[in-house]
Design a protein around this ligand. Structure first.
Ligand code: ADP
Length: 954
């Protein structure tokens, strides 16, 4: 089989065929009629009108066969269109083109074929009219002519068809066009409406730069109506005061390169890939207002990708811009504040990393700001501060504001004192970090130091002369300078009273300064309150007398204790007592009570005075608060006492308050937490190494116990020794604390007489009164006759109890005749004070002064002293340096009393027996304190100033 090739005009032929619009149309009688006629005429079983499509032959009419199309490859007709005129195959079986054609070898077993081409109006062979028979046969010239005629008929029908279809199509097209026009019109309307109703201002221009869209929003925005703009090239008028290309103008001219040139003053961003251009800026005359507009202009292309217009949307971003500007302004302002503020600023996240640090903080920390990026707060803190900082951090993250001082770790490892004020940082109600202001405290600390130096200087400078004045006035009143006339006496008394007032004021001011700087020291110890109260009342008896009132302590349970600083508590009670006295009427009673409940002890002072006016009550604990300033002059107060008292009580974890009835009286009370001691603890008296003692030296056990029993009545602390070695050890330990010693002359390790001589050699205990209690007393008396050994009494055994007690009592009243006066070394560079103190103490001791440490050491080398009184500020050092010299000596050190203008630290207080503040100590207190230390057994006073606990070393 040979497959027919495609004719050279195949494309044209196909176009002609398609133009006929006949392919795949339904069967039509007009064509069937011709095939029926041909079958009859030529007496053939099959007649076909075939049309040759690209790959198939399709039958428009088909007589005698049922198929509608076959493949073009097997088709006889595809051969028929190649030649000129008819193709006649009389016997296909013998034709090389067809003998093995499936249509020949199989159904319909073609043997005869005659086909005449069908031509379109342009002459293209679009199909074939063919006759088919399954028998071979001859086809005459007449047959051929008849077939050609029939083919012409078919062609005519095909062309008729073509015209009708064309007309129909034209009609259809017209219809469709009308519909399209309709659609277009409605789309256009829709678009126009859309533009009109669109809230965004839209402007479009065509290629002739004529405005084709100017919607309502644009009218409102610009103030120019659509009527005025549409069809004109005037859109520039709406935006600029002069003619210039708008973005749309540039886009329809495809002049993208000119956009930056014309719009350089407008923030712009162009998406050139989409040829879209953005510009924004301020426009002054938008409907009479200044507006910030954002333009987005894009080119518009038709479906052939041809540029037809430029469309611009305009957005009024004034509000947003103003908000942005405000925000920016706030940001700028914030940034300006942060960068120019004098303090460091840190902003962190909750993890403790820096989110921001200002330059001041970076400078304080010694870093460049960039070096701190991403670092942790802990990188700028010393390790020993970590715990403290973590605590602060926890409090912050719980929403608290915190304030603390710390040491900033600088880049070079050095430290900087800073104050941190930190607050939590919030976002949407959540804590997202912290904000801290860091203040450099270097200058403040320096000023504080200067202030402290100044205060200490002033206090020293004021207290020292004041002490001289008070002391001297006291002496003058006491008659040292001879008897004064009544007028002179009253003048001097006024002077003394005022010097005392001045002293109180200075003391109060210094106390306030201490409280405020947090430097007031508290030596908290469990203390029994009743004795403390008793002593304070006794010391303040002077007040009671001065105001003619009676201090009455109500009976109270003993043993009530609290953890207090006894001197500070004394100061509080003194203030309450003096106030009660001051504000009472002569003859009134002031009732002092000590009551308890399970958790606290209440100390109260009630008067029958005028009470406290209601409007003053809330101010009473404030500094310098006085109900009536005229009462100040009258009563001589400072208005600081209660403020100091409150601070003191609160430091001791207590509370102070008052109940008052105007016209009836006031009760001030102090509640202190009760202190419970472990059961079985020794009474406090036994712990106190400063209490006066008596030493029993007796080898017989029963007699020793008996002596202790008898001596218990003295109230002294009793130590017993059974041998000389034990007695020696105790004497070395307590030295001058011993009031007396009983001594048996017959002792196992050494005889009593030689031990007595030994005692007289020891300067500390040389004057120790010895009461010999011995069966050998009489013999002993003879034995030591004429020696320097002084004995208070010789008592024979069995012991006479009364005589023994009398002998002990005698030791309290030693006089200059039987014992030499104790000696005191007074270290003081102020000669006035030296003279005043010497005069005050003239009855008590012999006072030797040293103006500096060097002179004091010389005195100490050549002489023993019973007490050393030191001023702290000496020309060649601190008075306490003398302690070093004392400890070097191989013996018990004498008590050391500080007598200075400044209060001493707790540390210093531990080292000395007592500390007195110059302006606070009255002549009597000075004498009493010293007497108590050099003459154990005399009552221990409670001075108004701070007196530290007496310690062992004295
Ligand atoms: P001062 O007594 O030195 O003025 P205080 O702080 O001790 O300072 O007292 C402040 C003021 O409180 C007194 O000036 C007085 O007005 C009032 N006040 C204190 N105690 C009493 C009291 N018991 N009765 C009436 N008023 C008192």
């Amino acid at each position: 089989m040979i497959i027919a090739y495609r004719p050279p005009d195949e494309i044209k032929r196909l176009e002609a065929l398609y133009a006929l619009n006949i392919l795949d149309t339904p069967r039509e009688e007009r064509f069937d009629r011709i095939t029926r006629l041909a079958a009859r005429l030529f007496d053939v079983p099959i007649v076909l009108i075939t049309l040759l499509d690209r790959d198939r032959q399709w039958f428009k009419a088909c007589y005698g066969a049922s198929f509608t199309e076959t493949s073009r490859d097997v088709s006889f007709c595809s051969h028929a269109i190649l030649g000129e005129g008819l193709l006649v195959i009389e016997d296909a079986r013998t034709d090389e083109r067809f003998f093995d054609n499936p249509l020949v070898t199989g159904e319909p077993f073609i043997q005869f074929y005659a086909g005449c081409p069908l031509l379109s109006s342009d002459g293209s062979k679009v199909g074939i009219l063919c006759l088919i028979d399954s028998h071979s046969r001859k086809f005459s010239q007449a047959d051929q002519t008849a077939l050609e005629d029939l083919a012409k008929l078919v062609e005519k029908e095909m062309l008729t068809n073509d015209l009708a279809r064309t007309i129909k199509l034209a009609r259809e097209n017209e219809q469709r066009t009308l519909v399209l026009f309709d659609e277009l019109a409605s789309q256009r309307e829709l678009t126009t409406n859309l533009f009109q109703q669109c809230a965004v201002a839209v402007v479009a221009i065509n290629l002739e730069h004529k405005v084709i869209v100017w919607n309502k929003a644009t009218e409102e925005l610009t103030g120019y109506g659509a009527a005025e703009m549409l069809g004109t090239s005037n859109q520039w008028k709406a935006f600029f005061g002069y003619e210039r290309p708008t973005l749309g103008d540039l886009l329809v001219d495809e002049a993208y390169d000119k956009v930056p040139l014309y719009y350089k003053n407008y923030v712009q961003g162009s998406n050139l890939a989409a040829n879209a251009v953005h510009a924004e800026g301020w426009f002054d005359n938008m409907n009479g207002r200044r507006r910030y507009l954002k333009f987005d202009t894009s080119p518009v292309y038709n479906k052939y990708n041809k540029l037809v217009a430029a469309i611009t949307t305009l957005q009024d971003a004034t509000q947003q811009k103003q908000t942005d500007a405000q925000l920016q302004q706030q940001r700028d302002f914030g940034l300006q504040v942060m960068t120019t503020m004098g303090q460091g600023l840190i902003v962190t996240n909750t993890g403790g990393s820096f989110d921001y640090v200002n330059p001041v903080f970076a400078e304080l920390a010694g870093f460049a700001p960039s070096e701190l990026e991403g670092r942790q707060v802990l990188d700028t803190i010393f390790e020993n501060e970590y715990d403290n900082i973590r605590t602060m951090w926890r409090r912050l993250l719980m929403g608290e504001k915190v304030n603390y001082e710390t040491l900033l770790k600088r880049a070079d490892g050095s430290g900087l004192d800073v104050l941190v004020t930190a607050v939590p940082r919030y976002q949407d109600g959540q804590i997202i970090g912290t904000i801290s202001v860091i203040t450099d405290l270097t200058e403040r600390k320096r000023i504080e130091r200067l202030k402290n130096e100044f205060i200490s200087t002033v206090s020293h400078e004021l207290r020292t002369p004041l002490t001289s004045i008070r002391g001297s006035l006291g002496l003058v009143i006491g008659g040292v300078a001879g008897e004064l006339s009544p007028t002179a006496l009253s003048m001097v008394e006024i002077a003394q009273k005022n010097s005392e007032r001045l002293g109180r004021l200075i003391n109060d001011i210094l106390d306030i300064e201490k409280i405020e700087s947090g430097k007031m020291q508290f030596n908290l110890k469990p203390r029994e309150l009743l004795p403390l109260l008793q002593q304070t009342i006794e010391v303040n008896q002077g007040y009671a007398e001065q105001y003619k009132v009676i201090f009455k302590l109500e009976p109270a349970a003993p043993g009530l204790k609290s953890l207090v600083d006894s001197d500070r508590l004394t100061q509080v009670v003194t203030n309450l007592l003096s106030n009660a006295a001051k504000f009472s009427q002569a003859g009134d009673s002031v009732i002092i009570k000590l009551t308890e409940n399970k958790s606290f002890v209440r100390l109260s002072v009630s008067d029958q005075g005028a009470g406290i006016a209601e409007d003053f009550q809330q101010h009473i604990f404030q500094k310098f608060a006085q109900a009536d300033s005229s009462s100040t002059r009258q009563q001589g107060g400072t208005g600081l006492g209660l403020s100091i008292s409150k601070a003191i009580v609160e430091h001791m974890h207590g509370q102070i308050g008052f109940d008052t009835v105007v016209g009836a009286g006031t009760t001030f009370w102090v509640d202190l937490p009760r202190y419970y001691e472990d059961v079985g603890e020794a009474p406090i008296n036994h712990l106190d190494p400063s209490s006066p003692r008596i030493l029993v030296c007796e080898d017989n056990y029963d007699i020793n116990k008996l002596l202790c029993l008898i001596l218990e009545e003295t109230g002294l602390q009793i130590d017993s020794a059974y041998r000389v070695s034990e007695a020696r050890e105790l004497l070395n330990k307590y030295g001058s604390r011993y009031v007396a010693m009983t001594l048996d002359l017959l002792l196992p390790d050494q005889d009593g007489i030689s031990f007595m001589r030994e005692i007289r050699q020891n300067p500390v205990i040389a004057n120790l009164p010895v009461i010999v209690v011995s069966a050998k007393a009489g013999a002993g008396k003879v034995e030591i006759k004429g020696s320097a050994v002084s004995v208070v009494d010789w008592i024979n055994k069995p012991i006479d109890q009364t005589r023994l007690l009398a002998a002990v009592a005698q030791t309290y009243h030693r006089n200059a005749d039987n014992l030499s006066k104790p000696s005191i070394l007074h270290l003081e560079d102020d000669l006035d004070i030296v003279r005043v103190v010497a005069t005050i103490l003239q009855d008590v001791a012999q006072v030797i002064s040293a103006k500096d440490l060097q002179q004091a050491r010389q005195h100490l080398a050549s002489q023993n002293f019973d007490l050393i009184l030191v001023d702290l500020e000496l020309p060649d050092g601190n008075g306490l340096d003398i302690l070093g010299s004392l400890h070097q000596q191989d013996r018990c050190s004498p008590p050391v009393v500080v007598f200075s203008a400044n209060e001493i630290s707790l540390d210093t207080a531990q080292k000395v027996s007592a500390a007195l503040i110059k302006s606070r100590t009255s002549n009597q207190e000075l004498v009493a304190t010293i007497r108590a230390l050099i003459m154990p057994g005399s009552p221990v006073p409670v001075p108004a100033g701070v007196v530290p606990e007496r310690t062992e070393n004295a």
